[in-house]
Design a protein around this ligand. Sequence first.
Ligand code: NDP
Ligand code: 2IT
Length: 448
Amino acid sequence: MFKSEYLNEIFKGVSQRNATEPEYLQAVEEFFEAMDFIVMADPKIQEHGIMERIIEPERTVKFRVTWIDDQGKIQVNRGFRVQFNSAIGPYKGGIRFHPTVNESILKFLGFEQTFKNALTGLPMGGGKGGADFDPRGKSNGEIMRFCQNFMMELYRHIGPDTDVPAGDIGVGFREVGYMYGMYKKIVNESTGVLTGKGLSYGGSLVRKEATGYGLLYFVQEMMRVYRNEDLKNKRIIISGSGKVGLYAALKARELGAKVIGLSDVNGCVHDPNGIDLDLVKELTASVPEFSTQYCEYRPNAVYNPSTLAIWDIPCDIALPCATQNELPIEGAKSLVANGCYLVCEGANMPTTIEATKYLQHHDILFAPGKAGNAGGVAVSGLEMTQNAMHYPWTYAEVDEKLAHIMKEIFNKAYDEARKYTDHRNLVIGANIAGFMRIYQAMMEQGVV
Ligand code: NDP
Ligand code: 2IT
């Protein structure tokens, strides 16, 4: 499967040991495809067991979370923290609350996070955590009690210089606030132990917008370098209208593009006049989903109850911003057939391997999530810096740093892609660029 026998051997072993973890194996496979360009030319990688070490989490904690619902019934969920790699800094990465959360998903996310964080240039290792708790339909009190009980165990594994969690699917300002409050009560310290905090107690300006804005800064750079164009009047479709999707859409609009398709878990909306994002914000403020109601207010738009129908909307640029494996081969074929020429991942691993290959073979410009969506964790890193300095930066200062970091990530991925293969292959480029930094740190720190 890989040209390198060393990689084939390891992949066989990792597949046997983790046979029930498809998402994790998918992430390792994508990474190894990039490593195939470098391992044979550098025997030190094999001599020092770098691949064997880098694909194994340094530590995984798995714990019971017990809480009481509004009916007085005792509920039990499963909580996790995967501390993947600390070669370049404390473990860093989000917390996901979603019923599908399991060890495979958190291992793939922690693995991706490790290279993403390295790409930002900031001193952050990789980690991810979460629980199979479903926040949908829960009262505010239930969410608070769950977050508090989750932190009652997690607190002993984290710290501002050990492991710094943040948000992800199902975890935003509210959940981070409840977790932070409990951490502070137990440990009796006000530190930057979580990022994505509220602005009144140490959060950073631009953090809430950072992933979506960063994604558009990255897309802008792809358009400029590969097509010598800007985003004016470009037709964009975005899957997911959560923290990432919504702010990606708002930045796209600000840059002159037209967001004509947007989805949530209940389906997708096609509005050829451009989705009214202020209306979406208004609708999502009262209920989580906007898609089922949007057309009542904008009768020219079309609603489709299938989330996959988003990929059938003719567009110039597609930004998958919802969840893993949401863009399958059928979606990729539809995008190509309808003239789309750029796909940039806002979510983590939203495109299946088959779909990614199809897009690349049809000359679609494609960027992986570990590069395109790194803006969120980059501003988390800036939040850690501000917390450590006890001094906040202005909105303009953080936004400027974010734009600069995204441009640098593009340059690093582009340079490595050009060096090892085709200058358009940002999947290979981003994986190699992220890896090189961790590799060097692991070599210098000995076998640990
Ligand atoms: P949110 O929980 O804020 O939003 C997720 C959104 O996706 C919601 O709109 C949800 O709909 C929607 N959704 C879920 N499943 C589907 C589906 N199958 N089709 C269409 N829409 C769907 O999460 P985030 O925005 O924070 O995260 C989205 C992705 O981005 C994840 O992959 C995450 O790992 C990644 N990411 C997040 C970062 C961050 O800083 N938050 C940083 C980098 C990456 P509904 O509202 O109806 O449930
Ligand atoms: O996937 C991600 O990069 C995030 N969910 C953000 C992580 C962070 O620590 O800000």
